[in-house]
Design a protein around this ligand. Structure first.
Ligand SMILES: [Zn+2]
Length: 331
């Protein structure tokens, strides 16, 4: 008997008598819910008696971000959690040898983060954020080198640099790679997430904490590096840092490979540092899982499913319609 996979306020997997809800955005009746990682678009506030599968680190990060997942478990019969390499604590889930769900996944090692581990499964449910061939990311070491020379030339001119990325995940990579610059300043939302990483053994250097409500006019004159949440260059804070300190703004996202990203963000520079698989890594992930059926979610879901079909896989985006494994032979 195969699993049925449907979209139902999340990804719903029914296998035998058991119903699993994967990354639901709201409460939906299920035997188990799975929270892959602590990004806001993957979390919900569970009911009191809900059985939540998540890594303990995800539970901790979620709580720090205002989502109490209650008492989570990593041990359920027939369920295996695998490091998905996306952020600290992120997991993919394999339910028996039937379903493998990536959550958000990275295809490469970055600093303290590994890459997504894979296992064979009959059905693969995968994120396809960058599932279009123009999204192939450069080597991380090359990118880090380029950013260091950008910062070096700013320091030569006495100019401060603001490095912007998602406050959980990207900002810790930026803190890891670029905190040898002095002084290093962390926006308070980044500092809060850094603290939890340090408690879990990630070697992030201490730095000055920046509270935008109090410190916007108290930053040092001369060059510094700040790690900050992503914010438009046209936001009040960033406009202030540019005007008062002459800071240059650098944005980090996989979308930086797309045209117009830098301009849209109002940033001076942008670099494609991503916590997701690029196009080639997505294809390799499918080959490693070697599934009979692939459901794609997020981003270029329809386009990537089409490309997979051209490679000989059965694949389709997991839309709002019902589908089950009994009909995939036609797809
Ligand atoms: Zn994520």
């Amino acid at each position: 008997m195969g699993a049925s996979v449907t979209a139902n306020g999340g990804i719903q997997v029914e296998l035998g008598e058991t119903r699993y809800l994967l990354d639901p955005r709201a409460r939906v009746k299920a035997d188990y819910t799975f929270v892959s990682h602590a990004h806001i678009d993957h979390m919900h506030t569970p009911a009191k008696n809900e059985r939540v599968i998540a890594s303990s680190v995800t539970g901790e990060l979620a709580k720090a971000r205002g989502y109490d997942l209650g008492s989570t478990t990593e041990e359920v019969d027939g369920v295996e959690l695998l490091d998905s390499g996306h952020i600290l604590g992120s997991r993919a889930i394999r339910i028996q040898d039937e379903v493998y769900y990536t959550g958000d996944a990275s295809g490469r090692t970055r600093a303290f983060l590994g890459k997504c581990r894979t296992r064979r499964a009959r059905v693969l449910v995968m994120e396809t954020t960058y599932g279009s061939p123009e999204y192939v990311f450069p080597a991380t070491a090359k990118l880090v080198k380029e950013v260091n020379s950008l910062i070096a030339s700013a320091y030569d001119r006495g100019v401060p640099v603001v490095l912007m990325g998602y406050p959980l995940g990207k900002a810790q990579l930026l803190s890891y790679f670029f905190s040898s610059w002095d002084p290093i300043i962390y926006h308070e939302r980044v500092a809060a997430m850094n603290r939890i990483h340090v408690e879990h053994g990630v070697p992030l250097k201490p730095g000055m904490t920046f509270d935008p409500a109090k410190d916007r006019d108290r930053l040092p004159r001369g060059p510094w590096v700040m790690v900050s949440p992503m914010s438009s260059g046209r936001s009040r804070l960033m406009a202030h840092l540019k005007k008062e300190y002459g800071a240059i703004l650098v944005a980090f996202s996989g979308w930086a490979l797309g045209r117009g990203y830098k301009h849209t963000m109002g940033a001076d520079y942008s670099f494609p540092l991503s916590d997701h698989c690029d196009y080639e890594e997505l294809v390799r992930l499918v080959q490693a899982v070697s599934p009979e059926m692939v459901y794609t979610v997020h981003g270029f879901a329809a386009e990537f499913a089409r490309d997979l079909r051209e490679l000989g896989f059965s694949a389709r985006p997991l839309g709002a319609y019902q589908s089950s494994l009994s009909d995939y032979a036609d797809g």
